[in-house]
Design a protein around this ligand. Structure first.
Ligand code: PHE
Length: 352
């Protein structure tokens, strides 16, 4: 331990304050405190050495040493505050709100492509005087088949692979299923209304189906039904032709070919001429060179169906049709796989 002197105390004080001036972070400040004012700090050492001096010197240097200690304590407190403040200012600068920054975009939803096409199709029919009705997706066998001239054991049942529901009514007789088409609504509407009838029925249907690019186990249909006195096949053709032109363009041609559905007679499938290649392109993605694309099944309501709802078949005739909106959307927008509609991939859905 060196003998303290007035000079050494002054020197030490000066050195300490000079060093302190250069410090601007709390860590260095703490090191500084330890090296001068800590238990083994240089000023602490000096003060401790005072005890060896004689009384006169001790009094003189003691006062000086205390002064020095007070000064350094004070400067330390000051410096601590300074650094604290500077750090706060920095933190504010870091966190400050940039009012010019763009807000986060709120995603805006849109209608599902199927909903859009269903709306487009039903709008076309509404403008021709049809109204829209909806029916149950879980349906009695009675409406899905029986009332449509498809009795139990009839081979036509094989046209639809059904998903049966394990439920029977009190009589224990009526099997239920997820409707395989919207046609049961033909019978339901007729049961509840008297002609004239003009309705379209959009809705979901289900079939027990192995899915592939053109088959889904659930899909939409839009049923159409018109019943009145004197309705003929010409009305069917005229109405559906007008629909095709509204949806696919003024210059569309249509073709009707015989087809079989148990609840219509005669039954047809309707095609429109290919709007992509007008026929002739064997590689055409849409018609595959045939020039025609099938868009729906249709026909004159079978007299048996009219009779089963109690209509006078001498007085009333009607036509019915069934459209697959996903198929229409696929044709219209060049979608190559029906499964895209219900896999909820936003990259697909955003395009519509
Ligand atoms: N329901 C028939 C089907 O699902 C389509 C159809 C409806 C045919 C109305 C004729 C009349 O295949």
């Amino acid at each position: 331990m060196t003998q303290p002197s007035a000079q050494s105390i002054e020197q030490l004080t000066q050195q300490a304050t000079q060093e302190l001036d250069r410090i601007n972070d709390l860590e260095s400040l703490d090191q500084w405190r330890i090296s001068y004012l800590g238990r083994r700090g240089s000023l602490t050492n000096v003060l401790r050495g005072l005890s060896q001096l004689d009384l006169e010197q001790r009094r003189e240097l003691g006062a000086l040493g205390n002064q020095s200690k007070n000064l350094l304590d004070e400067r330390l407190a000051q410096k601590t505050q300074e650094i604290d403040q500077a750090q706060q200012v920095q933190a504010f600068a870091r966190d400050r709100i940039d009012v010019t920054m763009l807000g986060r975009p709120t995603p805006i939803g849109r209608l599902h492509p199927t909903t859009q096409i269903v709306k487009e199709i039903t709008d076309a029919f509404v403008s021709m005087g049809f109204s829209i009705v909806e029916g149950p997706e879980v349906e009695w066998d009675h409406y899905n088949f029986e009332m449509l001239n498809i009795p139990e054991g009839h081979p036509a049942r094989d046209m639809w692979n059904s998903m049966w529901i394990d439920y029977r009514n009190e009589a224990g007789q009526q099997p239920m299923l997820l409707r395989t088409h919207t046609s049961p609504m033909q019978a339901r509407v007729m049961e509840n209304t008297q002609p004239p009838i003009r309705v379209v029925v959009p809705g979901k249907c289900y079939r027990y189906e192995a899915t592939d690019a053109t088959h889904e186990w659930h899909f939409y249909q839009i049923e159409g039904l018109a019943v009145d006195e004197g309705i003929t096949f010409a009305d069917l053709k005229g109405t559906l032709y007008e629909f095709a032109r509204r949806l696919f363009g003024e210059e569309r041609k249509v073709r009707f070919r015989c087809d079989y559905f148990p609840f219509v007679e005669p039954g047809v499938d309707m095609s429109i001429d290919c709007f992509a290649c007008q026929g002739g392109d064997n590689r055409c993605r849409i018609c595959r060179g045939s020039g025609w694309i099938e868009i729906m099944g249709a026909g004159m309501v079978h007299p048996k169906v009219l009779a089963s709802v109690g209509y006078d078949t001498e007085k009333y005739t009607g036509f019915a049709f069934g459209i697959g909106p996903e198929r229409v959307a696929m044709l219209k927008y060049g979608i190559d796989d029906i499964r895209h509609f219900y896999t909820n991939d936003l990259r697909f859905l955003r395009q519509f």
